[in-house]
Design a protein around this ligand. Structure first.
Ligand SMILES: [Zn+2]
Length: 63
């Protein structure tokens, strides 16, 4: 079950192939090869990575 590494919410909306949006903390998540990548949408519309905030374990998709 996919959950947000930032807020642990499971309230995720699917926005594309392997792409999700967290409705609780408003970050984008993408899943690639079992890893969760996190992005924040800045005010100017650019994406900045939040991956540095989480350990590899937190970002690994648990099955
Ligand atoms: Zn979240």
């Amino acid at each position: 079950m996919l959950k947000c590494p930032n807020c642990q919410s499971k309230d995720l909306g699917k926005i594309g192939v392997n792409q999700y949006y967290c409705w609780n903390c408003f970050i984008e998540l993408s899943v690639h090869k079992g890893m969760i990548y996190t992005h924040q949408v800045e005010e100017d519309g650019t994406l900045s990575s939040l991956d540095d905030l989480f350990s590899e374990q937190e970002r690994t998709l648990s099955s």
